[in-house]
Design a protein around this ligand. Structure first.
Ligand code: 5GP
Length: 186
């Protein structure tokens, strides 16, 4: 591989990954984001090609068969995957790319890019995570329950990551991540 940096951000649903990623992208023009493909339906306000590439299962399975995904996983009943092209292109140009993905995908990336910076964002507590998931009002009760169950599994694996950061204060969390990204030499 080249001089580009690959940065993985993982953490349970509701921990604040999206807000963290948006803030990093807004402040650092050298960072870009990999846009994932998913079979999940768009939430209100989400735009195809900006938030995700929203595809049906048939199209997603064709992407798997045609080796167009760097990694993919099933999460709470839907497929999610990272298109290969943009990641390879960005890294080959020596630029930095962020992947906001779940645990199974992060494990795959560890195998493919062992020198990637893999950050796990922890909630202050499970109770606080549940409160955040409910208060954002994006998901049905059934989905919230599945996401909380998955959160426990993910948190149990957090030590597999190069760094764990507890998101108890957004500003502090972002500063910590900036320090890790810009001080690291991978
Ligand atoms: P959400 O439905 O809340 O947007 O995302 C659900 C989970 O899927 C989140 O943990 C998110 O990080 C993860 N995710 C999003 N894109 C990808 C991807 O391309 N690959 C993998 N493995 N997980 C993803």
């Amino acid at each position: 591989m080249s001089t580009g940096k690959l940065i993985v951000i993982t953490g349970p649903s509701g921990v604040g990954k999206g807000t963290i990623v948006r803030s990093l992208l807004a402040s650092h023009s050298q960072l870009s984001l990999s846009i994932s493909a998913t079979t999940r339906k768009p939430r209100s306000g989400e735009i195809d090609g900006r938030d995700y590439y929203f595809v049906d299962r048939q199209k997603f399975e064709a992407m798997i068969d045609n080796d167009r995904l760097l990694e993919w996983a099933e999460y709470a009943g839907n497929y999610y995957g990272t298109p290969k092209d943009k990641v390879e292109e960005t890294i080959n140009l020596g630029k930095w790319i962020l992947l906001e993905i779940e645990l199974v995908g992060a494990r795959a990336i560890k195998q493919i890019f062992p020198s990637s910076l893999r950050l796990f964002i922890l909630p202050p507590s499970l109770t606080e995570l549940e409160r955040r998931l409910r208060s954002r009002g994006k998901d049905s009760e059934e989905v919230i329950i599945r996401r909380l169950a998955r959160a426990k599994e993910e948190i149990a694996a957090s030590q597999e990551f190069t760094h764990c950061i507890t998101n108890d204060n957004l500003g502090k969390t972002i500063q910590e991540i900036e320090k890790l990204i810009f001080d690291c030499n991978i």
